[in-house]
Design a protein around this ligand. Sequence first.
Ligand code: FAD
Length: 346
Amino acid sequence: AEEEVDEETARLQKMLSAYRGVWVFIEQTDGEAAKVSWELLGTGAELAKQLKVELCALVIGSGVEPLCGEAFAYGADKVYLLDAPVYRHYRTQPYNEAICHLIAKHKPEVILMGATGLGRDLAGAVATVIKTGLTADCTGLSIDDKRNLMQTRPAFGGNIMATIMCDKFRPQMATVRPHVMAMPDFVEGRTGTVVREDFAPVEESILTKVLEVISDRDGQDHVDIAGAEFIVSGGRGMVNRENFVLLQQFANEIGAVVGASRSAVDAGWMPHDRQVGQTGKTVRPKVYIACGISGAIQHMVGMQDSDIIIAINRDKDAPIFQIATYGIVGDLFQIVPALTRRLREL
Ligand code: FAD
């Protein structure tokens, strides 16, 4: 029986060691990459260094060759490029088939994707086909002494941080939310190898057809809180929807956008795309001002990496003060209008 165990271990070791390289999927729309993909190249570079392997970017689309140069500038050593009309608009089936084909051919050890709508869809589809593990929404990634990817993410409603590994399957797959990882430096003129792949499923074999693309931003006043440098957020302490006008007036004075806690969103005071936290957006602004927000763990995981956190709360024991750079204990209905007035005078 011992021999059998040894044999099994040897077989597993051989299979695991056949996989090498860290890959980052470069998500793009009309040739413009999602910022999270570059953030992941930064993370991927650190992992690749520890594993002593190449950092590869996976660029798939139609007319997307210019992205190769950007991928090198952000740290990729190699780009696998699949450029064909069939990849013009994202559809799960052709992208999934393409990535599974490349995995079978090149055997990467680690694959990272952004935890965006597209990334979540694609990563799940790929992991299912190639029968490997996938950890969604990671907030930390590192390598252990057996080359396993240690994937940390909030679990049980954000009450604990769980570290997950996939020690018996390769590749190891993880998605990471936008803004969780820092942007790497852009090194102008940095180059690498472009590997052109010619795999492309025939259009007739694909079950979904794109008839028309209608942007959800058309005609709307879209605000991207995830990319904002200054955010003023309101919570249950705002009491009602009308009071958010006070926050908007304050935000206008400092060029900020207005965010919200889940309580404020659930109450219908703010739309869901303004929600900060575990089930909302992860933000990393220069300044985050929390007004009438208690600081539940699910809120804090979405904003704790802000450079400066200012909390306004009438409860001096509110947990938000534990992570605040500056805290104001008091009634926000006095403090916020007073700040706005003072700023207008300047
Ligand atoms: P409360 O906790 O009720 O706090 C209101 C605060 O306002 C209090 O601290 C109070 O002292 C203060 N206050 C009241 N009046 C005033 C005043 N006049 N002046 C100054 N201060 C005042 N929450 C999120 O925010 N984002 C998420 O993504 C998220 N995801 C979740 C996912 C799961 C699975 C679960 C279980 C929960 C999630 N939550 C999330 C909810 C979270 O647990 C909290 O319930 C929520 O963040 C609380 O919102 P709040 O701080 O606005 O409200």
